[in-house]
Design a protein around this ligand. Sequence first.
Ligand SMILES: Cc1cc2nc3c(=O)[nH]c(=O)nc-3n(C[C@H](O)[C@H](O)[C@H](O)COP(=O)(O)OP(=O)(O)OC[C@H]3O[C@@H](n4cnc5c(N)ncnc54)[C@H](O)[C@@H]3O)c2cc1C
Length: 384
Amino acid sequence: MAEQTPIVIIGSGLAGYSLAREFRKLDKQSPLMLITRDDGASYSKPMLSTGFTKGKDAEALMMSSAAKMAEQLTLSVRTHCEVERIDASSRTLFLDDGEQQYNKLILATGASVNKIKFPGSDLNGVVSINDLNDYRNFRALATGKKKILIMGAGLIGCEYANDLLIGGYEIEIIDPSPAPLNGLIPNEAGKAVLKGLSDAGVNFHLGRSISEIQETNSGLCATLDNGETLEGDLIISAIGLRPNTRLAETAGLACRHGIQVDRSLQTSNPNIYALGDGAEVDGHVMLYVLPLMASARALAKTLAGEPTQVHYGVMPVATKTPACPVIVSPPLTNEGSWRFESDGLNVKGLFEDEQGELTGFVLTGDCIAEKQMLAKQIKGIHDN
Ligand SMILES: Cc1cc2nc3c(=O)[nH]c(=O)nc-3n(C[C@H](O)[C@H](O)[C@H](O)COP(=O)(O)OP(=O)(O)OC[C@H]3O[C@@H](n4cnc5c(N)ncnc54)[C@H](O)[C@@H]3O)c2cc1C
């Protein structure tokens, strides 16, 4: 492999750019290239669900253009360029407009939104918002509109609901679960979020799903599985994310829930690494910012010549739902039980294992003030 063949990062999300930034702190010389199928703008994805709260549209959320990032990080950036296939034996990427050799390859290819198909699910006003471009399109569509339906009461659905409420929209959420944030927090805490968002004005349809969407003269009409109909101008689909593994599979890399890597972020091929939403690190897919930042710091050291494993420490997840804020540190295993203290919007849930040791917690409302104290008491997430 020629000396000047670059280290290539695929993906310009937080994982791709964080790695480039961390690597440049350690190595100012080695050629570095970043390839992305989008426009390469640097932005913080978590801010997409606080656009109205913070008064920022898509342009205001963009932190730097691809050209500025290239200059700042002495990086060659190729935008609007899809990597279609990897040949690991010759270390070649097949792009939609040619080929590119790599010395080391890093997959920072993220996750895609889940889609379910039913009559009307692909109508124009049914959208999902998972990047800055989606957000730009959504803001254009939402201008002058009044009522938005949200499919999915998970973290992303609830955050968009709260933000759009602040933006002056009428909101209805539809979800088959008995309480919001199902799967992330226990229902005892989910009920506080239900109360907080409902009191603020969100209408929930829990235990229900949409079976059909039709266009009407004024917008869209969703029919629920109990026959009830809901009118809205737009429908946001927020039913979860799935790590992108297709490209990795073209290289024959081991994939399960995500691209499988060890604690060094190395895939089943020694010249290819993965981090961020697309990676399954030591068996865990973690679709959050803190794990990818820890991964970027560790991988930058490895690429700069100091083999390093990632360690996470305690990383509670905070929701951006001011109507009822939540902080959760999910338990490491199911072995143990929850104990709750609750008072309306304020819930404190502690998960203790059979030895009585704290292995997870959930806090809502005013109880979030106890985060620091509890975070000190529990074992680091997924650190064995
Ligand atoms: C609304 C919302 C709110 C969130 N809030 C929080 C929060 O409060 N806290 C938190 O910790 N996390 C939050 N998250 C999650 C967090 O934003 C993600 O974990 C993180 O942004 C993922 O970054 P990434 O770089 O791994 O993936 P992405 O940002 O998805 O980047 C993937 C990149 O890969 C490129 N790409 C993919 N395939 C190819 C290909 N074949 N060829 C070329 N380019 C390719 C894409 O164009 C893109 O540039 C939120 C997510 C959303 C959607």
